[in-house]
Design a protein around this ligand. Structure first.
Ligand code: C2E
Ligand code: MG
Ligand code: MG
Ligand code: MG
Length: 282
């Protein structure tokens, strides 16, 4: 206890920590400014049917068009958005943007009713009280078919396994949206939650796809996830497919869907429009 108290006291006067606090306050202000100035943009990455490589949906992935730094990826600002709570308005903006885009594509291209729109939800957003109402509101205002919307959540969120988690998932499902577990396999070892929670889709984490042809353990794990999905009647989507070999191995394992640079990198909405308009994903 004495040691802990000493550490606390030290931390209170630590100039490096003070600098951290100032920097965080700066960065927070910068994020708030960017949100108000609408400097964010949503990119879309195709998700394909593995046997045919046909487009079955897209994942919405946010970027920051920074006036000085250029296009900034989410790994550089999502953690701060999470810790400051700004992820709540930012995430709402992304969902609204993605649903508007989906509605637009459905209006422009007749075949788009089968396309799904995946949107990431962070833990902080999930815990935000107004979440379900906001999702319902965005679905209503954009007029999209809720069945075309997939919310991606993480395993660690499900592991919190509280009554309120189950309740929120149930209420989201009642809106008609589908639920996917993102980065599946990287979280926790207990799988019992899969039975209890109303999820529809497992996304196999890229780290397993990476070594699928070189590291025996990865192929075994990927196969186990696909079989688990089949046993529980969940769809499986492999993330981060970069090579022909990974593509064919995943098909051999029975994985239905995939996403990765081999098919297409995340791109601006126009790149998806050209696929919907008849061009092949490239
Ligand atoms: P994620 O949801 O797992 O998204 C997949 C990430 O893998 C994306 O990175 C995508 O560009 C990348 N990826 C896809 N295929 C390949 C591939 O073949 N090779 C490699 N090396 N990477 C591939 P990105 O866009 O940088 O996003 C990173 C993470 O940031 C996302 O991981 C997600 O957790 C988070 N994120 C992105 N947008 C949002 C958002 O709107 N809200 C929230 N809460 N999180 C978001
Ligand atoms: Mg995701
Ligand atoms: Mg993922
Ligand atoms: Mg990931």
């Amino acid at each position: 206890a004495a040691k802990a108290a000493g550490r606390d006291r030290y931390a209170l006067f630590d100039p490096a920590m003070y600098a951290d606090i100032l920097r965080e306050a700066d960065e927070r202000a910068e994020l708030e400014r960017a949100l108000a100035a609408e400097e964010f943009v949503v990119y879309y990455q195709p998700i394909v049917d593995l046997p045919t490589s046909r487009l079955i949906g897209v994942e919405a992935l946010v970027r920051w068009e920074h006036p000085l730094r250029g296009l900034v990826g989410p790994n550089a600002f999502i953690p701060l958005a999470e810790s400051t709570g700004l992820i709540v308005p930012l995430g709402r903006w992304v969902l609204r943007q993605a649903c508007r885009q989906l509605a637009q594509w459905c209006a422009d291209y007749p075949d788009t009713e089968r396309i799904r729109m995946n949107v990431n939800l962070s833990a902080r957003q999930f815990q935000h009280e107004g979440l379900v109402e906001e999702v319902g509101q965005i679905l209503a205002e954009t007029g999209v078919n809720p069945h075309q919307v997939v919310l991606e959540i993480t395993e660690s969120l499900l592991m919190q396994d509280t009554d309120s988690t189950i309740e929120t998932l149930g209420r989201l499902k009642q809106l008609g949206v589908r639920l996917a577990i993102d980065d599946f396999g990287t979280g926790y070892s207990s799988l019992s939650y899969l039975k209890r929670f109303p999820v529809d889709i497992l996304k196999i984490d890229r780290s397993f796809v990476d070594g699928i042809d070189t590291e025996h353990g990865d192929a075994t794990l990927a196969e186990a996830v696909v079989q688990l999905g089949r046993a529980l009647q969940l769809q499986t989507v492999a993330e981060g497919i970069e090579t022909q070999e990974q593509w064919s191995t995943l098909q051999d394992l029975g994985c239905e869907f995939g996403q990765g640079y081999l098919f297409a990198k995340p791109g601006a909405a126009e790149t998806i429009a050209s696929i919907l308009g008849g061009a092949k994903p490239s």
